[in-house]
Design a protein around this ligand. Structure first.
Ligand SMILES: *Cc1c(COP(=O)(O)O)cnc(C)c1O
Length: 400
């Protein structure tokens, strides 16, 4: 028996917690101000939806130039609530990209609607007008659409709506990656009927969990204020304000999808740091471009002249003549302690969604091609130049 086993301590949470890779794919770090703000609310005696949420809604709406913001528990809930607010008939068809996170498809199905998957243009990994038109025609027309700005890369919402023959009031944006992006000088947040943001732990504005709808449509915003909380006509905060009444009605079918004041306080503080974080992300993207350009078989993320990129992800494509494929490169980088990820496994490759979405008759060759090649490199505002250079050097070494 070695002295080590004699002195072995019982397993504690910290001794079994997985150790992060030396260079993780992404870090979720709150600013000191955000942690202090959470504490302030925790000590205030009001924990659920209240004044912090109202202030966060106002500040985030102002940031994107929208009339209204409605905070909710997640971007997925935001998309579901907006779709429900459109009052589409049950089973109405909603077009969306095949190559995105499954949250939007879940929202469509939860709202009693049917996702129609559009293939993507391999150059952008998003559906272009051609893919949108052909998916809409093959489905016999669609009633609404979810537009995603993949990785933070701005997409032309008006052109997408035109191609789908859907009016803009039936378009909702999945902007989970796109806070800080703009299209033709207009911030993402006012381009369609309603824009849905995510504050999930790894998103550009991280709270841990949370979401927000921004819109210029007061009627929709008022419906959302109620449907995020059981369809009640008045939430707890407003019931308990001076002069508030205990009476309320329930006028809509609603979800339990409100945001708490603790989360909102964190979000407000993170919003103050947001411009600085976005600047850092743009600088890191430019540095990756410079370090990786000229390496055969690594295609850099496309740059668009359409507007400002929010740089949520830095995703390259790994293709011949790179000597190893994407999966092998993930393995080799992991062995070097470098974390990566794949955005996304397309929906037709997920069993539940393959069974519940309308797929184009010709399959999804664009999404298949992107899926086989795409690789998201370590990326967030806390990545150091040295770490980025080490990741780039490792990819060069594997590519020779
Ligand atoms: C993260 C993400 C979502 C879901 O956001 P939640 O706030 O976790 O619901 C939706 N769409 C995309 C593209 C995402 O990356």
């Amino acid at each position: 028996m070695t002295s080590e086993t004699l002195t072995a301590r019982p397993l504690t949470r910290s001794s079994v917690a997985p150790r992060p890779l030396p260079i993780p794919f992404a870090r979720a770090v709150l600013t000191p101000e955000a942690r202090a703000a959470a504490n302030r609310v925790l000590e205030s005696g009001w924990l659920t939806t209240g004044p912090e949420v109202a202030d966060f809604e106002e500040e985030l709406a102002a940031q994107v130039g929208a009339r209204r913001g409605v905070a909710v528990s997640s971007c997925t809930a935001a998309i579901e609530l907006v779709l429900r607010g459109m009052d589409l008939p049950a089973g109405a068809k909603v077009l969306m990209s095949a190559d995105t996170f499954c949250g939007a498809a879940a929202a469509i199905l939860h709202a009693g609607l049917v996702p129609v998957l559009a293939d993507v243009d391999p150059a952008t990994a998003m559906p272009g007008p051609r893919e949108i038109r052909s998916a809409a025609v093959a489905a016999g027309g669609v009633d609404a659409m979810v537009v995603v700005h993949l990785g933070g890369s701005p997409t032309d919402v008006v052109a997408a709506a035109d191609a789908a023959q859907v009016p803009l009031r039936r378009v909702v944006e999945d902007a989970a990656h796109a806070l800080g992006a703009s299209v033709a000088g207009r911030p993402v947040g006012t381009l369609s009927r309603a824009t849905c943001f995510s504050f999930y732990a790894t998103k550009n504005l991280a709270i841990g969990e949370g979401g927000m709808v921004t819109t210029d449509d007061d009627d929709l915003a008022d419906v959302l204020l109620s449907t995020r909380l059981h369809g009640m006509s008045r939430d707890a905060w407003r019931r308990y304000l001076p002069g508030g009444s205990w009476r309320y009605d329930v006028r809509h079918e609603g979800l339990k999808a409100n945001l708490t004041d603790v989360q909102a306080a964190v979000g407000r503080a993170q919003l103050v740091a947001f411009p600085r974080h976005q600047q850092r992300r743009a600088a890191l993207a430019a540095r990756y471009d410079a370090r990786l350009s000229g390496l055969d078989g690594i295609r850099l993320p496309p740059r668009t002249a359409l507007g400002t990129h929010a740089w949520h992800l830095y995703a390259v494509r790994v293709r011949p003549p790179f000597p190893i494929n994407r999966d092998e490169l993930i393995e080799r980088l992991a062995r070097r302690g470098i974390g990566t990820s794949v955005h996304f496994i397309p929906l037709h490759c997920l069993e539940w969604y393959a069974a519940h979405c309308v797929l184009p008759p010709g399959g999804l060759p664009g999404a298949d091609e992107v899926y086989a090649e795409t690789l998201s490199l370590p990326f967030d505002q806390h990545l150091t130049d040295d770490e980025l250079d080490a990741v780039s050097a490792a990819i060069w070494q594997e590519g020779m």
